[in-house]
Design a binder for this molecule. Structure first.
Ligand code: PLP
Length: 420
């Protein structure tokens, strides 16, 4: 199909040209004397994305799932109890992984469309007077439902219960896009993957461990080899890896961190919020609902949009892909067919998103879903226009007389007449 594929799944995200170019290089010796300069810079700089100065970062050639596993097996023993709310497919899969490692998981089932129930967590931890619960597992941004949980609130609940459990946070679809503060929230194990906010291909599972988490290694008996923090700590201390790292991904990560630092994390978080608000304005204009049940749960990286009764979200995705070259995310597990998802994270701007909203709208209309033509696009576009950063003075002067003061079709200045 001619033209660009519009990639709007919530990961993998678009890889910027700069990063593609940075990854396009010949292989080299990962045991050379030059290599540590690359690796040590990454171990240092990635911590800024997690907002930690006290944590230690581990970069595994893996994915987010590998990060989940690394966090658990380095800090826990088979039979240990952990507490985990389940509110979507990813929290479900993490629980499954924990169980397969022999952990006993106290599951709090929550409606899919809501997030981590801080008060319930506080109650359970308060009742655990023997401190048997070793860890609390929270998926910060449940990508399956487009729900963001209040990790700071969970931390406050743990503190209120004066409970020493470790706080494990899956930040796979939040870190680098949504406000995440490892040190402020006293997160002990924070996990992400390379293919979302970091704008890279999949292939890195990154875990940051707090000093408390590192100390927990001493008594943790879960078997571990590939994901052993101990081997990483030894090799990383000299700027190397215990096995062959993925060089293109490491060079890509270096470029990604440079881009994040140039834009600044605060600006990135603000951009994601604004882009997400535009999508939500579009969804409202379509008269559709999000899976997220209340604004406090709205995710700034993915919107899960419920299709009306009698329609199948999978058909919307199929038509969008085959007819308009647009990739949307599917409903997962119990949400299969009930929704489609627009991923809005990573290297993204307003017009790219308007393309995705237009494509989703066209696919829905093709299937007979009653949305007003152009309604979603218009609502999002107007939101973006009305919240745009004012142009710097000179640029504003160059466009304002013609564009901002003329009624359509009534050109009065020579320049406007030429354009018309
Ligand atoms: N956690 C969340 C919130 C995710 O969105 C995903 C994947 O989309 C994962 C974990 C699993 O990550 P991966 O597919 O990189 O193993």
């Amino acid at each position: 199909m001619p033209g660009r594929n519009f990639l709007f799944v919530p990961g993998p995200t678009n890889v910027p040209e700069r990063i593609l170019r940075a990854m396009d290089r010949a292989m080299e010796d990962h045991r050379s004397s030059a290599f540590p300069e690359l690796a040590t810079g990454l171990f240092r700089d990635i911590k800024q994305v997690f907002k930690t100065t006290t944590g230690q970062a581990f970069i595994f050639p893996a994915t987010g799932t590998g990060g989940w596993e690394a966090a658990l097996v380095n800090t826990l023993s088979p039979g240990d109890r952990v507490l985990a709310p389940r509110y979507g497919q990813f929290s479900h899969l993490w629980i499954d992984l924990a169980q397969r490692h022999g952990l006993r998981v106290d599951i709090i089932d929550v409606d899919w469309g809501e997030g981590a129930p801080s008060e319930r967590i506080a109650e359970i931890l308060t009742a655990d007077t023997q401190h048997e619960i070793r860890g609390v597992l929270i998926v910060h941004n449940e990508t399956a439902t487009g729900v963001t949980s209040d990790v700071g609130g969970v931390r406050r609940a743990m503190d209120a219960a004066q409970h020493p459990a470790l706080l494990y946070v899956d930040g796979v679809s939040s870190i680098g896009s949504i406000d995440f503060r490892m040190d402020d929230w006293k997160v002990d194990l924070a996990i992400t993957g390379s293919q979302k906010g970091l704008m890279l291909p999949a292939g890195l599972g990154i875990v940051c461990a707090s000093p408390k988490a590192l100390a927990a290694r001493e008594r943790a008996k879960c078997p571990r080899v590939f994901f052993d923090f101990g081997d990483m700590i030894k090799a990383n201390a000299t700027g190397y890896f215990p096995y062959t790292p993925s060089l293109p991904l490491l060079y890509g990560l270096r470029e990604s961190l440079a881009m994040i630092s140039e834009e600044s994390l605060d600006n990135i978080v603000a951009r994601h919020h604004r882009l997400a608000e535009g999508v939500r304005a579009g969804v409202r204009a379509w008269g559709l609902k999000l899976c997220a049940k209340a604004p406090k749960w709205y995710s700034d990286t993915v919107s899960a949009i419920m299709v009306p009764e009698g329609f199948n979200g999978a058909d919307v995705i199929d038509v969008a892909f085959r007819r308009y070259n647009l990739a949307l995310g599917a409903g997962l597990a119990r949400l299969a067919g009930k929704l489609f998802r627009i991923g809005h994270l990573g290297d993204l701007n307003e017009l790219m998103l308007l393309g995705a909203i237009a494509g989703a709208e066209m696919a829905m209309r093709d299937l007979g879903i009653q949305v007003t033509p152009g309604a979603g696009v218009a609502a999002a576009a107007e939101y973006y226009r009305s919240t745009a950063t004012p142009l710097p003075a000179r640029a504003a002067a160059a466009v304002s007389p013609d564009v901002q003061q003329q009624a359509p079709g009534k050109a009065s200045s020579p320049r406007a007449a030429v354009r018309a």
